[in-house]
Ligand binder design. Structure first.
Ligand SMILES: C[S@@+](CC[C@H](N)C(=O)[O-])C[C@H]1O[C@@H](n2cnc3c(N)ncnc32)[C@H](O)[C@@H]1O
Length: 288
């Protein structure tokens, strides 16, 4: 049960529930030593700060084997960074065509992360995805598979659009050809760099109670959940820019996590018991 209002916190030690600066939003009476940090931020900040946040996470967790799920033609870590940090980095994608468009010096794995017969087991210390979760048909199966591919104590970070933001609700309800045209109207994209993939929005919500319960039912510890408010589409609709700005300001002060537009989610597969595990059970998770 969630019993505290959300607020900002910079670092957090899982075991002690210590928070660097601020109050924690504790998620679960039975989980005395576990807390979930819930934060409200402008969506803009999640977009602009993504690379920096990803790199801070990598610095803090110092993983060796890293997977970029749905990295496709745009792997998020450049080859130089991978070499300098001595990462064993793999780009995973369902589409061989997408993977073929990524530079050749990446290790590539063609796999459907939503498949019921998923075969990767305890391969990675850290996996992340950017704009992937909404494209997987079955959210439960997706998170189960991510759980399976992580080593005990491994961490997953996902950045994804969320329901019930109006543009995604519309995208969810529209036939594919119509949503493609609408997307182009509001956010014309470089088709060479960005494809358009069917979106299902299964388990892509902000930090609601239901969503925390869903992720915990897979076995994850939910470490950090940031709800992003506001959407750049609104600024392109005449008359809506000011209204949406005020609405976003209001939601940042009084968050309603049912209407987030984006989310950062950091979850962990529980480590093995002390002494058995390679990884420490104490973990420090930065917030943007
Ligand atoms: C919107 S693109 C995002 C690409 C990249 N992460 C980025 O942010 O630019 C979504 C990617 O997820 C891949 N994808 C979609 N469903 C997938 C699945 N079930 N398993 C693995 N990859 C999938 C697509 O092929 C595509 O490369």
């Amino acid at each position: 049960m969630i019993d505290r209002p959300p607020t900002l916190c910079h670092t957090f030690a899982l075991r002690s529930g210590v928070c660097g600066s601020g109050v924690l939003w504790s998620a679960g009476r039975e989980r005395t030593a576990m807390t979930t940090i819930i934060v409200a931020e402008p969506s803009r900040k999640l977009f602009n700060g993504y690379q920096e946040y990803l790199q801070r996470l990598l610095q803090e967790l110092a993983p060796r084997r890293v997977g970029d799920i749905g990295g496709g033609r745009n792997p998020q870590l450049d080859a130089d960074f991978v070499r300098r940090h001595k990462l064993d980095y793999a780009v995973l994608d369902i589409s061989a065509e997408e993977l073929a468009r990524a530079p050749d010096d990446y290790r590539k794995i063609c796999v459907d992360v939503g498949a019921p017969d998923f075969h990767l087991r305890e391969e990675f210390d850290f996996v992340f995805s950017r704009m992937l979760a909404e494209h997987v048909k079955d959210g439960r199966q997706f998170h189960r598979n991510v759980f399976a591919m992580l080593k005990p104590g491994g961490v997953a970070f996902h950045f994804f659009p969320t329901l019930f933001a109006a543009p995604y609700l519309a995208n969810r309800l529209m036939p594919e050809f119509l949503s493609d045209r609408t997307l182009n109207l509001f956010a014309p994209r470089d088709r060479n760099q960005q494809g358009k993939f069917p979106a299902y929005y299964s388990w892509t919500y902000g930090p609601t109670r239901g969503q925390l319960r869903r992720l915990e039912s897979v076995g994850f510890e939910v470490l950090l959940y940031i709800g992003g408010f506001g959407h750049y589409y609104y600024a392109r609709i005449p008359g809506l820019k000011q209204v949406s700005r005020r609405m976003t300001d209001l939601l940042l002060k009084h968050p309603n996590y049912l209407v987030t537009s984006y989310a950062y989610l950091v979850v962990r597969k529980p480590p093995l018991a002390e002494g058995v595990s390679e990884v420490s059970s104490v973990i420090r998770i930065p917030t943007p």
